[in-house]
Structure formats: structure tokens, C-alpha cells
Design a binder for this molecule. Structure first.
Ligand code: PSU
Ligand code: MN
Length: 303
């Protein structure tokens, strides 16, 4: 297995020094945001994690290797190339075998992080149960991964391109803890509220770290979701963004977009229709998640 995994020097050093490490995904870079904001976001988020006492490890597939920690030129490659594969669990072995460039989703980043023994992972939003899933059966592989792989994912909830109540039901069925950070509601990515009540809330990062510790000690399989709302000042108006999301979902239906293309299509439509306002909020919320994710990882490392 080791032959497929390559740590950057920074991550290698962090491992030897037993420093807390925070994983980052690459689909958010290559299929979630336009260039050059995507690469700037990736670099800023890494720096935020360093500034809060942890070491960032952005994960991607390059030249037949799972890279844990990317150099700036590798981040640039993922941000710019138009032949980057979107890699979920299903695609992992194929893209490595074919030595293609692959961007990892939440699901595959969790797998790779677990292979490298990294316990915390920061992103923007997780995939979920899509609207109309009764017909399409479109449920992100992220959700099943969360039930299998022991990595804690810090995110701003999920976008309301998804069916949020069904996403929560699915996670409950699969036994995945979803903990609101200083919130009692599932955040809806661009907005702090979704109307979906959560079962657990933590008001301090130390409380989250100690829940992680017990879960690891008990060897309970699967991950956890830490739902951290976008800062008040950066959130979008709910009615405004809901209209735009509804239009984007309709357009995807009309164009027959489905499968792995669905989420990237919706994300880019939303950026287009908001004249970039959604992108600014998206970047702010990932940065905010990076702060909290690094704090949780640091707290955990002291237990
Ligand atoms: N949601 C976002 N931004 C993203 C994604 C989701 O707000 O970039 C990406 C993540 O990589 C997530 C993936 O794992 O989309 C989910 O894709 P799908 O719905 O095809 O499983
Ligand atoms: Mn899907």
C-alpha cells in the first residue's frame, strides 16, 4: 500500500514531530471554484491552518501516487488544468493505475487521509441526498464514506442544491454523528440556518476533540461531521440565494445533467448567477472552517 502514498516534506516533518495535521480536498479546487480564486483560496486556507498551529495536507492524485500535501506548482496544476478527473471512492484505483491527475472529493479525501493516519479534514460543504432523489437515486458517495471511514469532516453543512432533511435522515440511518459548532441548526452553506434541527451542539472545540477521542478509543467505525456556520457578516440573503439555487437546479434538470457532473454544474451556475457573490461567501466559509478545524486538531493532539 505504501508504494501509492507520497507525503510532502512538510507533512513528513509534521508526522515525525507528532504535530496535528489537517487534510484538505482538491475537488473544491478543480471542480468547485473558478481559476484563479481557487488556487488563492487553497493557499490561504493552508496558511490559516499553519497560523493556528496545525499542518495542512491537501490531497490529490498525481502520477500514480496519492499525494498527501501539495507543492505550490501542484496546486496550480489542479487549479488550472481542464483534464483533472473528479475522483470519488469508485474512481480511486482507476485514476491511480492510469497515472491521471485526480482531484479528491470528500469521500476519497477521507479514504486517503485515513490511509495516511490523518484524523481531521476541512472543506466547504459535503455532498448529500440530491433533490428529486426519489426519481434519480442521486445520493453522494460522501454519505456512505462518512459511515465507513474514521475521519472528522469540518464543513459549513451542505448546500441547499441538496435535500437537507433527507441528507440528515440518511446520516442518522448510517450512524454518522453531526455536531453543530455553536449552532443548533444544520447550516446551509451560504446561510447560517436551514430550518433543520440538529441532535447535538458543541460550543467549544475542546468538547469536539473529546468526543473524537472517545469515538476513537471505542473504535467506532465511520467519521463525523462538524457543521460550522458561515460567519454572520459573510452569509447571503436566504431568499436571494434560494431563488438562484432553484433556477440552477431547474436548468440542470432541463439539460439532463446527472451523475458526477451534477454538483460541479450547479456550483458553477450559482457563481455565474450571483456575479461571484456566492464565490466570495464560499471562500470565507472555507477559511472559517480552517480556523475551527485546526483548533480541533490542536486540541485533540493535547489529549
Ligand atoms: N459541495 C460544495 N463544493 C464542492 C463540493 C460539494 O459546496 O466543491 C464537492 C466536494 O468535493 C464533494 C463533491 O465531495 O462535490 C460531491 O460530489 P457528488 O455530489 O458528485 O458526490
Ligand atoms: Mn451524485
Amino acid at each position: 500500500m505504501k508504494q501509492y502514498i507520497e507525503l510532502s516534506q512538510e507533512v513528513e516533518n509534521a508526522k515525525s514531530n507528532h504535530q496535528p495535521i489537517v487534510a484538505l480536498e482538491s475537488t473544491i479546487i478543480s471542480h468547485g471554484m473558478p481559476y484563479p480564486q481557487n488556487v488563492q483560496m487553497a493557499k490561504n486556507v493552508e496558511q490559516i491552518i499553519r497560523d493556528h498551529g496545525a499542518v495542512p495536507a491537501t490531497i490529490a492524485l498525481i502520477d500514480g501516487k496519492i499525494k498527501i500535501g501539495l507543492e505550490d506548482n501542484e496546486l496550480e496544476l489542479l487549479a488550472k488544468s481542464d483534464n483533472v478527473a473528479k475522483v470519488s471512492r469508485r474512481d480511486l484505483a482507476e485514476v491511480i493505475a492510469q497515472k491521471r491527475i485526480g482531484a479528491t472529493t470528500v469521500a476519497s479525501t477521507m479514504i486517503c487521509a485515513a490511509l495516511a493516519d490523518i484524523k481531521f479534514f476541512v472543506t466547504g460543504g459535503i455532498g448529500g441526498v440530491h433533490r428529486g432523489s426519489e426519481e434519480t437515486m442521486d445520493i453522494s458517495a460522501d454519505l456512505d464514506e462518512l459511515s465507513k471511514t474514521d475521519v472528522t469532516v469540518i464543513c459549513a453543512g451542505a448546500k441547499s442544491i441538496l435535500d437537507l432533511p433527507k441528507t440528515m435522515e440518511y446520516l442518522e440511518t448510517k450512524g454518522v454523528p453531526v455536531i453543530g459548532y455553536q449552532t443548533e441548526e444544520l447550516p446551509a452553506f451560504f446561510t447560517r440556518k436551514s430550518g433543520v434541527k440538529l441532535n447535538s451542539t458543541a460550543n467549544h472545540v475542546d468538547d469536539i476533540a473529546s468526543i473524537c477521542k472517545v469515538k476513537h478509543d471505542l473504535q467506532l467505525e465511520g467519521g463525523m461531521v462538524i457543521a460550522n456556520p458561515v460567519p454572520e457578516a459573510d452569509q447571503l440573503d436566504k431568499a436571494y440565494i434560494d431563488t438562484i439555487i432553484n433556477d440552477a437546479v431547474k436548468e440542470a434538470e432541463q439539460k439532463g445533467i446527472h451523475g458526477k457532473d451534477s454538483t460541479p454544474f450547479l456550483l458553477s451556475k450559482i457563481v455565474e448567477k450571483t456575479d461571484g457573490k456566492s464565490l466570495a461567501t464560499n471562500i470565507k466559509l472555507v477559511e472559517n472552517n480552517a480556523v475551527v478545524g485546526a483548533q480541533i486538531a490542536v486540541s485533540y493532539s493535547k489529549l
